[in-house]
Design a binder for this molecule. Structure first.
Ligand SMILES: NC(=O)C1=CN([C@@H]2O[C@H](COP(=O)(O)OP(=O)(O)OC[C@H]3O[C@@H](n4cnc5c(N)ncnc54)[C@H](OP(=O)(O)O)[C@@H]3O)[C@@H](O)[C@H]2O)C=CC1
Ligand SMILES: O=C(O)C(=O)[C@@H](O)[C@H](O)C(=O)CO
Length: 280
């Protein structure tokens, strides 16, 4: 049976499933097949980006599936090199042309690039693109509280979502509670910490054995109970199904704490600190 994925409502009324499919490195025909499989088994939220060079692949998968466009939630992202207002507007249009879509459900600024300091202009372009009907909901990725505050002060609009690095090795406690106070939904990128050494972690192994689940399922259940949206990437039909089969058990408070306690200050996977990282 296909698992049914619960939904979250954003402050602008958009609803999104609590688990979506990450598509970084899902390109071409193989990528399209993987995305079609995910949609067929119940995924409705698909996360792409201009910089992944696969908005076309996502569009192809949407054309191949029998699920109607309106039942899907498609996200894309504006790259760092196109933050100026005019470039941002044409890039949003290019993102649509690449996917052959009339609108994105969610469009995000991919990184703030604070040194470049054009993210407020980019945000104004997203606000206008939403008014013109190109985008249904607008948000950001990797924005620190100071960046989010500036968007609201200078444009009056707070992002609906902030997609950030979040996994048991980097639990983002302070940023998550900042979001919660301001009705910004947290979306987790690399929710499985790219499935590297985390899959050998003994704390997670014990919890997984206790629930007769895999470590990936324990991590994704932890995300769900934290209240965030996660977007695990998998090219494998078996692991795609595993990753959405997490709604038939729950973690208790002690287990949640043990997982959150795996976090450490240098737990970022690639040391991409939004205060200094500048994306192309
Ligand atoms: N906004 C941003 O700045 C960023 C956004 N992202 C987005 O977040 C998405 C997810 O993050 P990503 O970096 O891909 O990392 P993930 O944490 O989703 O891990 C993906 C890796 O985990 C493996 N995997 C998936 N499911 C399982 C499972 N059940 N058991 C074991 N291994 C598994 C995948 O392999 P396999 O495919 O073989 O299953 C792949 O190697 C990206 O694809 C992208 O859409 C990512 C980075 C930055
Ligand atoms: O995948 C993304 O969305 C990114 O922003 C990349 O920078 C990613 O984090 C990465 O690590 C690329 O190697």
């Amino acid at each position: 049976m296909k698992p049914s994925i619960p939904e979250i409502t954003l402050h602008d009324g958009m609803t999104l499933p609590v688990i979506g499919l990450g598509t970084y490195n899902l390109n071409g025909n193989e990528g399209a097949n993987a995305i079609v499989n995910a949609i067929d088994i119940g995924y409705r939220l698909i996360d792409t980006a201009y910089n992944y060079e696969n908005e076309g692949t996502v569009g192809e998968a949407i054309r191949r599936t029998s699920i109607p466009r309106h039942a899907l939630k498609i996200t894309s992202k504006l790259p760092g090199r196109y933050h100026s207002y005019n470039k941002a507007v044409t890039t949003i249009q290019e993102s649509l042309y690449r996917a052959n879509l009339d609108y994105y459900d969610l469009y995000l600024i991919h990184w703030p690039n604070p040194k470049q300091d054009q993210y407020v202009e980019a945000w104004q372009a997203l606000i206008d693109a939403q008014k013109w009907g190109f985008i249904r909901s607008i948000g950001v990725c990797n924005f620190l509280p100071e960046h989010l505050e500036r968007l609201e002060t200078e444009t009056g609009v707070m992002p609906s979502i902030n997609q950030i690095e979040l996994h048991p090795f980097f639990n983002q406690e302070a940023q998550r509670s900042w979001h919660q106070e301001r009705q910004v939904v947290t979306e987790s990128w690399s929710p499985l910490a790219r499935a590297s050494e985390i899959l050998d972690n003994v704390v997670l192994q014990h919890i997984a054995q206790h629930h007769q689940k895999t470590i990936a399922q324990i991590i994704l259940r932890w995300h769900y109970q934290l209240g965030d949206i996660s977007i695990p990437k998998s090219a494998s039909p078996k692991r795609q199904l595993e990753n959405i089969s997490i709604f038939d058990f729950s973690l208790d408070e002690a287990e949640m704490k043990k997982i959150s306690d795996l976090s450490h200050s240098d737990g970022r996977l690639k040391n991409q600190d939004p205060a200094t990282y500048e994306e192309f």
